[in-house]
Design a protein around this ligand. Structure first.
Ligand code: NI
Length: 229
């Protein structure tokens, strides 16, 4: 299941991120790639352990925890420190088809997670570049994702995916992985659908409607049943 979460960062925050990132030094993106993906990866990224990447990553994490839609869709247990990449048309940047590593460890914090979900948070406006679509393959086919700056997409880390060549301008994004409390994607998707329906009922009937209260109980009991914490 692909889920887009709008307005995780405001336009003002995106502009501030971009100002800080434009002044930073970048390195070859292959430093965080596995053996197969290193062969098809051509982009740049902020050095993952750099102060600037860690500080911006912390700001992304704060924004995520303030987003009810993100929390509802991901049910995160551990979120990997966000990374930042850029694809420039002038350098023919792209990232060929690959699958992300199943387990990722962070050198600085010692955090090690199973990558259940991959996240791309867009930091360039779609009008600012051509190409650079995130293509995600799942059971239902191939999906082309290009979101406004400040929006993110969540997708199963098990999916094959790629970033098409940028042919004009620069595509800047943050990307990272997370381990969900609910490992099974189907179970997670059922819980998300239930939560979405409950939120709509709360709007219509109020939070104290007896059936809404029952459904909210079922929601929590399903999480209690499926969560690994
Ligand atoms: Ni990837």
């Amino acid at each position: 299941m692909l889920i887009c979460v709008p307005d995780v960062l405001s336009k003002a925050e995106v502009a501030d991120f971009r100002r800080i990132m434009d002044a930073a030094s970048w390195e070859d993106g292959r430093s965080t790639a596995g053996a197969q993906s290193a062969m098809v990866k051509k982009n740049e990224q902020l050095p993952p352990d750099s102060d600037v990447a860690r500080a911006l990553g912390q700001r992304v994490l704060s924004a995520l925890t303030a987003s009810p839609l993100f929390i509802s869709a991901a049910i995160p247990l551990h979120i990997f420190p966000p990374l930042f990449n850029r694809y420039a048309a002038s350098d023919g940047h792209h990232f060929g088809i690959h699958v992300d590593n199943a387990v990722r460890g962070d050198r600085l914090t010692g955090l090690r997670i199973r990558t259940d979900l991959s996240v791309t948070l867009f930091l360039s406006e779609p009008d600012d570049y051509d190409g650079g679509e995130l293509i995600i393959e799942d059971l239902y086919g191939s999906h082309e994702i290009k979101l406004p700056a400040g929006h993110l997409v969540l997708y199963p880390a098990s999916s094959l995916h790629m970033v098409t060549p940028v042919t004009r301008g620069v595509r800047v994004a943050s990307f990272f992985w997370l381990q969900s409390m609910v490992r099974d994607a189907h179970a997670r998707s059922l819980i998300f659908d239930l939560d979405t329906a409950i939120q709509a009922l709360v709007e219509r009937l109020g939070r104290d409607d007896p059936e809404t209260v029952k459904l909210t109980g079922i929601y929590h009991n399903l999480i209690r049943y499926w969560a690994e914490v």
